[in-house]
Every structure is written in C-alpha cells, then in structure tokens.
Design a protein around this ligand. Structure first.
Ligand SMILES: Nc1ncnc2c1ncn2[C@@H]1O[C@H](COP(=O)(O)OP(=O)(O)OP(=O)(O)O)[C@@H](O)[C@H]1O
Ligand SMILES: [Mg+2]
Length: 778
C-alpha cells in the first residue's frame, strides 16, 4: 500500500505521531483531536511496514471501541489482516491469555468468569456464613473493598499485613473484611472462577511469577497500543509495563481532562508519570480539533479551566463558529423529557439527517425511563446502551448458568442458580446442607453432589436420588462439549433437555412470551456467533469460546434489539470516545451532576466536571444542556438546583431559555457580559436578574423545605439534633439520604459532626454537621 494513501489523511502533528516508531511514545491531547485516529492509522502504518498483524496488540476501553477500530483498519487493509490483530479490552485480551496459560496459576483453561451479580452473591453468602451483620458488612461495600484491593494488586495475605488497611477497617467497624476477602478468593478458586478484577490480578501474577511466560509475550507482541490511557488503573498500568519490557514498542494516547474512572481505581498518575517508567519517552501533542464547532470547544474549554488539576493544552478548530449551547430550564423531569423529544424530532424534520446522529446523555441509568416514554410518544426510534442488558435478564441468565455448568461444573454460583430450576424438589434446606459440607471440606458444591458417600450431609435417600438425577443431566451436557460439538448444538440441547423453554410454552402471558422470545434470541445469537467464526476461518466454535465473549460483553455493547437508525441513549461514562452531531445532556443538576456522592471533596467535584467536559465534547454541531427544578428520584420528589457546572461555562457560549437560576462561578461574576439572547430570555421570566446572585444556601433551604413536604415522610419528624443525642451505632433517617448507621462521632472541633453509613446503594459514607443535618433518630 502506498503510505501517502493513509498518511495524507493526517495533519502534520498526527502524521509525526504515526510515523514515530523508534521508542515508547505518549500522545496527550484534548478531545476530538484525533488520538484514536492516530492509533488506528498507526496500526495501518505498522502493517504497511511489515509488522505481522498477530504481533500487534491494541487495547481499548470498551468492546464497542475495539470493534470500531477493527472496522476502520479493515476498511484500509482488508478483513483477513484486520481479523488477525489482537484487539480488544484489557479484560477480553487477558482472559484469552489466561485461558492459554491457566495451568501456571492453578486454574483450568475452562475457568468461569463471574459477573458482578455472581461476585456480590458470593460475598453475601460468606458474610452470612460468618454470621456477620450485613448492615455493617454491607455486601456492596465489602465487594468494593475487595475489588479495590485487587486493582491495587493486594492479595488477602498482603491485606492482612497492611496496618493502614486494618486500621481503616477497624474504624469503619468492619475488622473482618480481610477474612471475607480471603474466603472469597478461596471459594472462587474452588469454583474454578475468576471475577472481572481477577482477570487483571491474575495476569499480573502470571507475568510476575512466570518470567518465561512474560518473556514470551514481551517478544510475541512487537507493538502495544493503548487508547484512553488516562483511565487505566494500577493493575492495567503494570500489565502494560510488564509487556513492554522487552522488544515490544509502546504507544499510548490519552487526555488527562477526560479521566473519569477514578472510582474504579483509575489513576491519572499513570499518564503523568510515564516518563519515569519509560526512559526516552517521546511526548506528542495534537492541537487541532476536528470534531466540534468553535463554540462547543470554547464552552468546554471554559468549563474545564475551572479545574485546578490539569495539563494546559492549546486547542483550536477550523470548523464553523456554530450555534450557542442551549441551556434549558424545565419545571419537571417530564417536561425535560418532552422538550428533548420535541427538539430531537424538530432536528430530524429540519435537517432530514438520520436519528443516528443524535445522542441523549445522562448521569445515571435510572434517568432513561421518562425519556423513553417521551420518545415513544413521538415515535422516535431509540437505542439504549446500558441498563438491564440482554444477558442480565432472568431467563437468559438461567440458560447461561446451564451453559456454564456444562463447561465448569465446579461453578458454585451457576449451580446455586439452577439446582432447583426448573423445580426438581431440591429445596433451600438441602442446598444449605450441601453448602455447609462444601465450605467445611474446601470443595465445590459439585464436588459434594458427586461424592455424597464421602461427605456426610445428612440427606435422605429421596433427596440423594434427586441430586443424582441432576448430576446425570449436567454430566450429559459436559459430555456434549467433550465430543467437540459446536456451541449452537450444545446450547440447543441444553435448552431442550432442561425444559427451560417447554415450561414457558404453556403460559401465554405477555411476560412468558417475551421470555420465550429471549431464549430464541439467545439461541440465534449463539448460531450467529458460530457462523461468524466459521466465516473468519476460526477453529474454535465451542460453547466455551462463545461464553468468554458473553461474560465480557459490557452493558454498553448490547442494544435493545432495534436495528433501524435510532437515537442513542447512554450514560456519559459510556459515551467516552464517541461522537454525535447533536448531543442532549439532561439532568444537569446539583446532587445528580455532580452526583450527591461526589460533593464530598474537591477532587471528586473535579472528576464530575471532567465528566461534563466529556459529555459536551461528544457534540459535533449542536449541544443542549437541560435541568429540571422538580424530579422524581429514589421514590420521592426532589427540587434540585441547577448544577454549579452550568455557571462554570462562560455565558458568551450559552443561549439560556426558560429563566436562569444557576450561579455563575465566582471568577466570572465580575467579567460576565450579559448577552442579548440572555436578556431576551430573562424578559419573559418571573425572576429578577438579582436572583442569579441569591446565595446557594437560600436556594437549598427552599428546595429542602419543598422536598421534605412533598416526600412520603412528614417533614415535622426531621429536625436538628445535638451531638449528645446520638451514639456510635444509632440508626437515623436523614431527609435526603435515607436510613443509616452512625459509625463515628467527632465533637472535638467547633462544629460537632458524625459519620453515617447509609444503606442506600448509591450513597455510602457521609460526614454530617449537627448544625445543618436534619434527621430522625430511629
Ligand atoms: N486529520 C483529520 N482529518 C479529518 N478528520 C479528522 C482528522 N483527525 C481527526 N479527524 C476526525 O475527528 C474526529 C475526532 O477524532 P478522534 O475520535 O480520533 O479524536 P480523539 O482525540 O480520540 O477524541 P476523544 O478524546 O473524544 O476520544 C473523528 O471523526 C475523526 O475522524
Ligand atoms: Mg478517542
């Protein structure tokens, strides 16, 4: 291929980044400047220079991004070459490597991958088995602690020796966290299972403890390329480092202003400290933005400039100035949804462009429902990424649990799910006895069931027979895999022989019909997978290889089955790296965006600000930001204030309608010019301009008063208390955060405060000042 053919499609800076192949390389640049394009073209460049495709490793953040990159490379070099590249997410690539080397770390290559629900169920079981209070040892909190430890590469043994961790757990009244972690690790091993974090953890163990293996991959991969490097965590960073110690060359691209995954352990330092890890590192900049209008770039720039922590960058665009960003105030979440739907249809009508060019972005998945309703009313086709994905639906998970058992019968979580489904008279008491025996003997449930003579579980003959029948059924499926049948063949037999489908056929309720359709859809998916693999000339069309794909399909990779052109709906996190002509960012309100959890520290607020920066920079031409002054959330009506971030954007770049009660950020109040459009919109509003400067506290008081009176709990019951009225261990109900347990009291300073561990899933620990916090003592 003539290099000019692809190099000609790059600007000078991009071209320099693509052509440099002499050593480790970092490309750091703002949104839309062509970082991903540089990676894609670099792969093409390497291929043109004789690199073998299977020796190039490209790591992306989502499967969707990997697919898109493969398609782009394919368009330039053809399908045969592009399908041989090692391209995927960290999890999918390293699951593949772990399967090939499983025996080195004491696993079988058929190990199961536990999803988040499996992991949480196991943590819950262990907490129960250890007879701990699950209000204190909340499964989600403990699971987070385990996940954090793994991503920091801390084993249960290291954890036990770490005084800081021990002290923190004792202070949080969870001194046995480490024990739960150890038990969790052991049970996963017995079950032949790895959770998502294990895929990174064990890859590190594999490379660390088996220098011959890591040397092999260091030599095997001649080039390693990583997109979105700002969101890698320690475990991922170290894997990349281990892989590039030898002959492999490295190219990573990223943008510190788009680092939005620190809650999952991502560490921006990985990018900032690349120079220390890679002597001779060459840093490249890209300054021209090709994606967005000048107005969008300027608006995003003025927002992100409010962050203290950032690498300054020059960004310019030669695109049109474009239209101002619309900021729309709505009186409720329903009105917001209606306005968005109306604007989406209007754009379609006036431009004639397909719906694909439009995205609606929100902070949390729960916001999608109201929007969906409005879009349906206007017959706007949409596609949701995230939420309850296809593979999370009950009937699909049941079938998948049988698939998993056929590949690895030691998989305890799968076994628990289906041992009595469809019902076969094996109840909870029996399962309890089996669990006890398995825990005591350190074997899997399957180990006990297939060795009933060895383990005394106190089961009667009838129950033993039922268990034996169950075991024979599963053994039959294991045999099908052993015979080398393809995935579709085995999957169909399983769904037939278990009666999963038959049990639904007798029922003609809409739910049952939809379940039947889902099982058919699952089989169709397996069939398509087998056909695609055969087409690509791959030999492995087993159920095992299908299952690896399924286990790692993340929410955002799956759509709700709509094939026609449609509007995209997703969280801002999921939108990373993507672009759309028109972007609607909804619910830009305090306690939602930034989220209530993030208001704790300046660092968290900065991360939320980066998140809004990511959202705005997805837009090519048009961007609308909306907020509602009344919203139904977590079972009650709340009256939010507009997000502080709207006030961070220079009003020169905004067109404000529906009134504006957000507060411009302090640094801008003096210099802000009130634009004509701004005046015009204010003219029709009942609020005087002075309202803009009304202190936040006043807005908050009003809002809280209204929120309390509208919620189901009478407002009068919530009041201020003195610190002497509560103790560590007191249960309270807070106006906003719900029920929680006081875990710490601090009366030493001027303002007495307490730390409360709330039960709600998305709010964890909070420190509250007695002089402000209104609550009831329970
Ligand atoms: N030299 C170029 N000529 C034409 N279009 C370009 C050029 N460089 C980039 N683009 C286009 O600009 C858009 C943004 O590029 P890309 O997605 O690679 O940016 P990015 O830096 O990866 O953005 P993000 O930070 O959001 O991930 C894409 O549509 C891309 O095709
Ligand atoms: Mg990108």
């Amino acid at each position: 291929m003539d290099p000019e053919e692809y190099l000609g499609k790059l600007n000078t800076q991009q071209r320099a980044a693509v052509e440099y192949c002499d050593g480790p390389q970092l490309v750091i640049a703002g949104a839309g400047s062509g970082k991903t394009r540089v990676l894609t073209y670099k792969i093409v460049h390497l291929l043109a220079h004789g690199y073998e495709p299977w020796r190039i490793l490209a790591l992306t953040f989502t499967n969707k991004a990997a697919r898109e990159m493969r398609e782009r490379v394919e368009a330039l070099v053809g399908p045969e070459v592009s399908s041989s590249l090692w391209m995927g997410t960290f999890h999918s690539i390293f699951a593949r490597i772990l399967r090939l080397n499983a025996e080195h770390i004491g696993f079988k290559s058929s190990f199961t991958i536990y999803d988040a629900a499996d992991s949480k169920a196991l943590v819950k079981l262990i907490i129960k088995d250890m007879q701990l209070d699950d209000k204190v040892y909340k499964p989600s909190t403990v699971h987070n602690a385990i996940s954090w430890a793994k991503n920091a590469l801390i084993s249960p043994e290291d954890y036990a020796l770490n005084r800081d961790l021990q002290r923190a757990d004792t202070n949080a009244r969870r001194p046995r966290t480490c024990e739960i972690y150890r038990c969790y690790r052991d049970r996963c091993r017995v079950a032949g299972a790895m959770d998502f974090d294990d895929l990174l953890f064990y890859t590190n163990v594999l490379f660390r403890d088996h220098p011959d293996v890591s040397r092999h991959y260091q030599e095997f991969f001649r080039y390693v390329l990583v997109d979105e490097y700002q969101d890698t965590n320690f475990a991922q960073h170290l894997i990349v480092k281990q892989l590039t110690q030898g002959a492999s060359r490295l190219c990573v691209v990223g943008d510190d202003a788009q680092s939005i995954y620190s809650f999952r352990g991502a560490n921006i330092r990985n990018i900032l400290e690349m120079e220390n890890s890679y002597p001779g590192l060459q840093t490249f900049k890209l300054e021209r933005n090709y994606r967005s209008t000048q107005n969008i770039i300027d608006a995003a720039g003025s927002l992100i400039s409010k962050n203290v922590d950032q690498i300054p960058k020059n960004v310019y665009s030669e695109n049109d100035r474009g239209t101002l960003i619309d900021v729309v105030k709505c009186y409720s979440d329903y009105e917001e949804a209606a306005q968005v739907a109306a604007r989406v249809s209007q754009i379609k009508r006036t431009t004639g462009d397909p719906y694909d060019g439009t995205a609606i972005l929100y902070r949390t998945n729960a916001q999608s429902r109201v929007l969906e309703e409005s879009l349906r009313k206007r017959n706007v086709p949409y596609r949701i990424y995230g939420g309850l994905s296809f593979y999370q639906r009950k009937e699909v998970k049941d079938a998948i649990a049988y698939f998993r058992m056929s590949l690895n019968p030691d998989d305890d979580e799968a076994l628990r799910r289906i041992i009595n489904f469809p019902a076969r008279g094996i109840g909870d008491t029996t399962l309890g006895k089996l669990t006890r025996a398995a825990m005591d003997a350190g074997v899997s449930l399957w180990g006990v069931i297939t060795g009933l003579d060895r383990y005394d579980c106190g089961l009667n003959a009838g129950t033993r027979n039922k268990l034996q029948d169950f075991a024979s059924l599963i053994k039959g499926f294991i045999e099908l895999n052993a015979q080398g049948r393809d995935a579709y063949d085995v999957a169909r037999s399983i769904i037939d022989r278990t009666g999963l489908y038959k049990m639904l056929v007798h029922d003609s309720t809409p739910e049952s019909i939809s379940k039947q359709e889902n099982l058919q859809e699952l089989l169709k998916g397996v069939k398509e997978y087998v056909e695609a693999m055969v087409e690509q000339g791959r030999d492995d069309v087993s159920l095992g290889s299908f299952m690896t794909e399924v286990s790692l399909a993340t929410d955002q990779d799956i759509n709700n089955g709509v094939d026609e052109e449609s509007v995209t709906m997703m969280t801002v996190h999921a939108a990373k790296g993507l672009e759309f002509d028109n972007v609607f960012i909804v619910g830009v309100e305090e306690d939602l965006f930034p989220s209530a959890m993030a208001a704790q520290s300046a660092a968290e607020v900065e991360e939320e600000r980066r998140l809004l920066y990511v959202a705005i920079t997805r837009a090519r031409k048009f961007c609308m930001i909306s907020y509602a002054t009344q919203r139904f959330r977590n079972g009650q009506t709340v009256f939010p204030r507009p997000s502080r971030f709207i006030g961070d954007i220079d009003t020169r770049y905004l067109h404000i309608s529906g009134g504006s009660d957000f507060v411009p950020s302090a640094s801008m109040v003096q210099q802000r010019r009130v634009t004509a459009s701004y005046n015009a919109s204010m003219a029709g509003s009942a609020r005087p301009l002075n309202d803009l400067r009304r202190p936040l506290s006043e807005n908050r008081r009003q809002a809280e008063g209204r929120a309390a009176s509208a919620s189901s709990v009478p407002a009068g019951d919530f009041k201020l208390h003195s610190a002497s009225e509560v103790n560590v261990g007191t249960r309270i109900r807070h106006t906003k955060f719900g029920v929680g347990l006081v875990t710490e009291l601090d009366t030493s300073g001027v303002d007495a405060r307490m730390t409360v561990e709330f039960e709600s899933d998305d709010i964890k620990s909070r420190t509250l000042l007695f002089k402000y916090a209104k609550f009831m003592i329970l």
